[in-house]
Ligand binder design. Structure first.
Ligand code: 0O2
Length: 267
């Protein structure tokens, strides 16, 4: 197939990857902006390379005319979570969405592959709008923990190096490593509440400081420089106390002060 035709074939898949990445990224920011824990830690996506498509066509005996129907991971999204429990939440979220339809699910977490590979796969139908109109296509969403991702990335590189024929002794080490990853994910789940608590506290503090600084910046428009400098000094003092309650109290007071100045400036 000519390169131009490959481009035309892959273009809508690139659009799907771009759109889906933005949508899943937005789930992260929606959670974080509300001070909530996000079950998604990060998202990335890719359109399968032409070489990889050709390899898969050969491996699965797929004709050129059947690519779109039979190769379901031309558009691939990878969602990485911190904890195994988060994966179920992400799966439920995807099933609830109205902008994609789940066609197939493969649970390689409950049913680990012989290689030691673990991940949750979903094939979805997704519609993109191109200059030629609406087009339905398939995308593969892989959901896994950071630890599973670490293993899969290393193993993928080895598969590439040994062209699928990884020597037995390395294969055995990979299986051992996969078992260790299962243990690691369990241990992390055991201290999940502690970790989430620490992360939430940090995030809350970050949001609060952002709000306070925004407020102080806005005050420059309505209050005297001297007054703003005094508030800023006060903020540094409270910040150094490392006490969230004090910081919250300061933020509430600042809200009241800001409203007062805003009201004055409107008179
Ligand atoms: P790439 O380079 O990531 O695009 P199969 O019939 O099992 O060969 P199928 O039917 O396409 O593959 O579906 P499956 O099993 O859900 O695998 C799809 C993708 O999952 C793979 O794409 C890999 O990205 C990943 N994957 C599956 N098995 C393994 C594994 O044992 N190790 C690693 N590291 N990744 C795996 P591609 O096209 O194989 O590769």
């Amino acid at each position: 197939m000519e390169i131009q035709l490959w481009r035309e074939l892959l273009d809508p898949y690139q659009l799907a990857v771009d759109e889906l990445t933005v949508k899943f990224d937005h789930i992260i920011s929606e959670h974080r902006n509300r001070g909530l824990y996000s079950p998604i830690e990060f998202v990335d996506g890719r359109v399968k390379s032409i070489t990889s498509i050709l390899d898969k066509m050969q491996r699965k005996d797929v004709a050129l005319s059947e690519i779109e129907e039979k190769i379901e991971d031309i558009a691939g999204i990878r969602i990485t979570c911190q904890f195994v429990e988060d994966i179920d939440r992400v799966v439920a979220m995807i099933k609830n969405r109205t902008d994609m339809e789940v066609l197939q699910e493969k649970d390689y977490i409950k049913h680990m592959k012989a290689s030691g590979y673990r991940s949750y796969h979903m094939i979805v139908r997704y519609t993109v709008n191109t200059i030629e109109g609406a087009k339905d296509l398939h995308a593969e969403i892989q959901i896994r923990t950071m630890a599973m991702n670490f293993w899969a990335t290393i193993e993928h590189s080895l598969q590439y190096k040994y062209k699928g024929n990884i020597p037995d002794y390395i294969q055995q080490k990979l299986i051992d490593a996969s078992e260790a990853i299962i243990d690691l994910d369990h241990v992390m789940s055991d201290v999940r509440d502690e970790i989430m608590d620490a992360q939430n506290t940090y995030k809350k503090k970050e949001n609060l400081v952002k709000d306070i600084l925004n407020n102080i910046q806005n005050l420059y428009k309505v209050a005297s420089k001297r007054e703003v400098a005094r508030i800023q000094d006060e903020f540094y003092k409270v910040y150094l106390m490392e006490d969230m309650n004090q910081l919250q109290h300061f933020s509430n007071q600042l809200d009241i002060i800001s409203e007062g100045f805003q009201a004055q400036s409107l008179q």
